[in-house]
Design a protein around this ligand. Structure first.
Ligand code: CO8
Length: 261
C-alpha cells in the first residue's frame, strides 16, 4: 500500500478500505496537502474492484478539529476567492461507493463538515461536533450550513452556526446527524464502522451504487422527480446479474446469495 504523509490507508476486512487521518499533533487539522492525499486515496479505492465500501476516521481524540487555522489565518480574499479555496476539499462527495465516517473526539468546523459529506456517520460517545467558525469571524465553508439544515432543520442549524456552540454525540443521535452512537471503548467506533462497511461490501455492487445515488438524489430533486429517478434505477437493476441470482425470499432454504460485484 502507498505511504502517505497525512493519512494512513489500510484494508482491515474483505472489501473494506479504511482511511485514517494522521496529523495527531494538530488534532487532524485539515489542509490542502491532506486533501490532496485524501482525494488520491479515495479515487484509488473507488476504482478498485476489490473494495465495496470505505471508512473514514481520525484518532480517539479527534476526527478532525477543523481546517488548519495556521494555514488559513493569513489568506486574503483574493487568494480564497481567486483560487476557489476549499474546492478540492469536497471531492469525497463524488465517490460512487459508500463511505462511513467513524467519529471519535472532536469533529469541529471542517471536521464536522467532512463527516457530513460521508454517507453514514457512526459516533463514539466521546464525539463532539460543532461549527465554531463564527468564533474566527467566518462561517462554515465546507457545506455545514447546507447539510446541517437538511439533517436537523433551520432553527438548530442557525443556533449552532451563529453561537458556535458544540453539540454532543447524544444530541447528534437524537437529531439524526449520526445514525447511531456506538458502545464505549477505544477503537469501538472504527470496529463497528468496518463491520458495517463489510456488510455493505458483500451486497451487489450496482445495487449499492444505485441505492446511494437514489438517496442522494432526494437532496436535490423534487419528490416527483426523485420518485421517478428511484423507479428508473430500480428498473435498471433488473438487468444485473445480482438480481437474477436471488430467487426466493430470505430464509433457511434460500440459495446462498453470491454477489458478482
Ligand atoms: N488548526 C490547526 N491546529 C489545530 C487546530 C486547527 N483547527 N485545532 C487544534 N490544533 C492544534 C493546536 O494548535 C495544538 O497544537 P500545539 O500543541 O502545537 O499548540 C494541538 O492541535 C492540540 O490542540 P489544543 O492544545 O488546543 O488541545 P485542547 O484539547 O486544549 O483543545 C480543541 C482542543 C477544543 C479542539 C481546540 O484545539 C480548538 O478549539 N481547536 C480549534 C477548533 C476550531 O476552531 N475549528 C474550526 C476551524 S475553522 C474551519 O474548520 C473552517 C472550515 C472550512 C471548510 C472545510 C471543508 C471540509
Amino acid at each position: 500500500a502507498k505511504e502517505y504523509e497525512h493519512i494512513i490507508v489500510t484494508r482491515p476486512a474483505p472489501g473494506v478500505g479504511l482511511i485514517t487521518l494522521n496529523r495527531p499533533k494538530a488534532l487532524n487539522a485539515l489542509s490542502t496537502p491532506l486533501f490532496n492525499e485524501l482525494n488520491e486515496a479515495v479515487a484509488e479505492l473507488d476504482g478498485d474492484k476489490e473494495i465495496g465500501a470505505l471508512v473514514l476516521t481520525g484518532s480517539e481524540r479527534a476526527f478532525a478539529a477543523g481546517a488548519d487555522i495556521k494555514e488559513m489565518k493569513d489568506k486574503t480574499y483574493e487568494e480564497t476567492y481567486g483560487n476557489n479555496f476549499l474546492e478540492s476539499w469536497t471531492k469525497i462527495t463524488q465517490l460512487r461507493k459508500p463511505i462511513i465516517a467513524a467519529v471519535s473526539g472532536y469533529a469541529l468546523g471542517g471536521g464536522c463538515e467532512l463527516a457530513l459529506m460521508c454517507d453514514i456517520i457512526l459516533a463514539s460517545p466521546t464525539a463532539v461536533f460543532g461549527q465554531p467558525e463564527i468564533n474566527l469571524g467566518v462561517i462554515p465553508g465546507g457545506g455545514g450550513t447546507q447539510r446541517l439544515v437538511r439533517a436537523i432543520g433551520k432553527s438548530r442549524t442557525m443556533e449552532l452556526t451563529l453561537t458556535g456552540r458544540n453539540f454532543s454525540a447524544v444530541e447528534a443521535e437524537s437529531w439524526g446527524v449520526v445514525s447511531r452512537v456506538v458502545a464505549e471503548g477505544e477503537g469501538q467506533v472504527v470496529k463497528d464502522a468496518v463491520q458495517m462497511a463489510e456488510t455493505i461490501a458483500k451486497k451487489g455492487r450496482l445495487a449499492v451504487q444505485a441505492g446511494k445515488e437514489a438517496v442522494n438524489a432526494a437532496y436535490e430533486l423534487t419528490l416527483a422527480e426523485g420518485l421517478r429517478f428511484e423507479r428508473r434505477l430500480f428498473h435498471g437493476l433488473f438487468a444485473t446479474q445480482d438480481q437474477k441470482e436471488v430467487h426466493c425470499p430470505p430464509g433457511p432454504s434460500s440459495p446462498v446469495y453470491q454477489s458478482t460485484r
